[in-house]
Design a protein around this ligand. Structure first.
Ligand code: NDP
Ligand code: 8X3
Length: 250
């Protein structure tokens, strides 16, 4: 039976590559993000391989999330796979210099957004006693690095929520796991550095970073395991990276 996956943050980077990988493998797709032009492009591109529904909403807008999920078309209500991927870092500053608006964004999107979407999707998974949730964490959810403070806290929260969800949903036959990437070249640093593309590019020069497709490939591997196998926690680095702060550059 064809599975249906919902991927948040499918308009760029890891989410978009995962959508492409899933489409190649015939998974029906619900793709979400705030940029409608990109959602439209994806629907056109991937609609040739699989059925695609696109939904434009901000994951941190609780009322909008509820409205969107209450109004899902009937034949899209059964979601088998949820990839909680939408997220970003905003700023890279010491705790004393940090911008409170940036802090709000990271906690609202990376933590509360993930919760709002999960809360909307989980009931239908419980109803049929199956489902698979993968949260995209980060090395920043395993370690804290200088000036990473609030982003790291948001990703540590994702790590804790993944464990909590796995425990609470265990009795319902729902698999929960997390993938924690190290450095992946996406729009992540452009967002973190507020459009400073030169600074963003510098994050990924002098070594070979992960590509979004590397993570997408791993996510597809995880969702394609037999039902009795749950890959609970996976940390993925580029070979040049050994920890949040140890990176071998040329
Ligand atoms: P990108 O910036 O390329 O993609 C982020 C995605 O999240 C976009 O599709 C964006 O869509 C979506 N998004 C951001 N904010 C919101 C929001 N408020 N509501 C809805 N969607 C939103 O970054 P990545 O692909 O790198 O990031 C994906 C995930 O991977 C994030 O959770 C990030 O923390 C994590 N990660 C990234 C790493 C890296 O090195 N790149 C390493 C470890 C983890 P839109 O703007 O259209 O809303
Ligand atoms: C993204 C990777 O090292 O910039 O989560 O935090 S890092």
């Amino acid at each position: 039976m064809t599975k249906t996956a919902l991927i948040t943050g499918a308009t760029s980077g890891i989410g978009r590559a995962t959508a492409q990988e899933f489409a190649k493998n015939g998974i029906r797709l619900i793709l979400t993000g705030r940029r409608t032009d990109r959602l439209d492009e994806l629907k056109k591109e991937l609609g040739e391989q699989t059925e695609v529904l696109t939904l434009e909403f901000d994951v941190s807008d609780r009322e909008k999330v509820n409205e969107v999920f209450e109004n899902l078309p009937q034949d899209w209500k059964q979601i088998d796979i949820l990839i909680n991927n939408a997220g970003n870092a905003h700023g890279l500053s010491s705790i004393q210099d940090g911008d409170i608006d940036d802090w709000d964004k990271m906690m609202d999107i990376n933590v509360k957004g993930l919760l709002y979407v999960s809360k909307a999707v989980i009931p239908s998974m419980i109803e049929k006693s199956s489902g698979h949730i993968i949260n995209i964490g980060s090395i920043a959810g395993k370690e804290v690095y200088p000036n990473g403070n609030v982003y790291c806290a948001s990703k540590h929260a994702v790590d804790a929520l993944t464990q909590g969800m796995r425990i609470d949903l265990n009795a319902h036959g729902i698999k929960v796991g997390a993938v924690h990437p190290g450095l992946v070249e996406t729009e992540f640093s452009e967002v973190r550095f507020k459009g400073d593309t030169v600074r963003a590019k510098g994050v990924y020069t002098g070594y070979e970073p992960l590509k979004p497709e590397d993570i997408a490939d791993i996510i597809y591997f995880i969702v394609s395991r037999p039902y009795h196998v749950n890959i609970a926690d996976l940390l993925v680095f580029p070979t040049a990276q050994a920890s949040a702060t140890v990176l071998k550059k040329d």
